[in-house]
Design a protein around this ligand. Structure first.
Ligand code: S3P
Length: 208
């Protein structure tokens, strides 16, 4: 068979976009797991808009998240967060990075299930601690024992994050590797197939 007769493989991105329709892709998981970084790169790959829910909440409130917590308290922040996410989900398809607590609210999970595919970026305690130390503006971690707080939040939240449609292990590898895995897992989920296993070594090295 000549090369010209070989079928052209459909693009992964086109497969995902067509299976997604009007639904969005929503990234959930703890602070520091890379939801915004991975989300932004996925959106660029898929040519979809990227929105960070925390940034939208700050714009809607006209103040930063630490200011919202300080002036109005966490419950007020959570109500605003749920409203902003509900609004954003009406405007899909887009890639949405949510704040670490957003998926804890049942009403938000129900909306996400109706309007999106959810992906839990899961990282272990040490990875999270290393990353959250780089930023001092997370109100929930302004405690005498941030490590203990992260442990407690992980215990409370992991069973809920586990309700997401897909789970990806976020770890200390280049971001593009996580993006690649996420895109492939998403394609397999949407197209009803197994994620493609890595090629065997002899195929991977063929033609070199
Ligand atoms: C929070 C996570 C933060 C932000 C707020 C509360 C949480 O977002 O929404 O500080 O409850 O885990 P990131 O997950 O983007 O840091």
């Amino acid at each position: 068979m000549s090369d010209a007769a070989l079928p052209i493989p459909a693009s992964t991105e086109a497969d995902i976009l067509s299976a997604l329709g009007a639904r969005s892709i929503v990234l959930v998981g703890m602070m520091g797991v890379g939801k915004s970084t991975i989300g932004r790169r996925m959106a660029a790959r898929l040519k979809l808009p990227f929105v960070d829910a925390d940034t939208e909440i700050e714009a809607a409130a006209g103040m930063t998240i630490p200011e919202i917590f300080e002036r109005h308290g966490e419950a007020h922040f959570r109500d605003g967060e749920a409203r902003v996410i509900a609004r954003l989900l009406e405007g899909g398809p887009l890639v949405l990075a949510t704040g670490g607590g957003a998926f804890m609210r049942e009403e938000t999970r129900t909306r996400i299930a109706a309007k999106a595919i959810s992906i839990w970026l899961r990282a272990d305690h040490d990875v999270i601690m290393r990353r959250v130390r780089r930023r001092a503006d997370r109100p929930l971690l302004q405690t005498a024992d941030p490590e203990g707080t992260v442990t407690r939040l992980l215990t409370e939240r992991e069973p809920i994050y586990g309700k997401a449609d897909l789970t990806i292990a976020s770890r200390d590898v280049p971001h593009d590797k996580i993006v690649e895995e996420t895109i492939e897992t998403l394609r397999a989920h949407l197209c009803g197939e197994q994620a493609a296993p890595p090629p065997p070594a002899d195929v991977a090295s063929a033609g070199r």
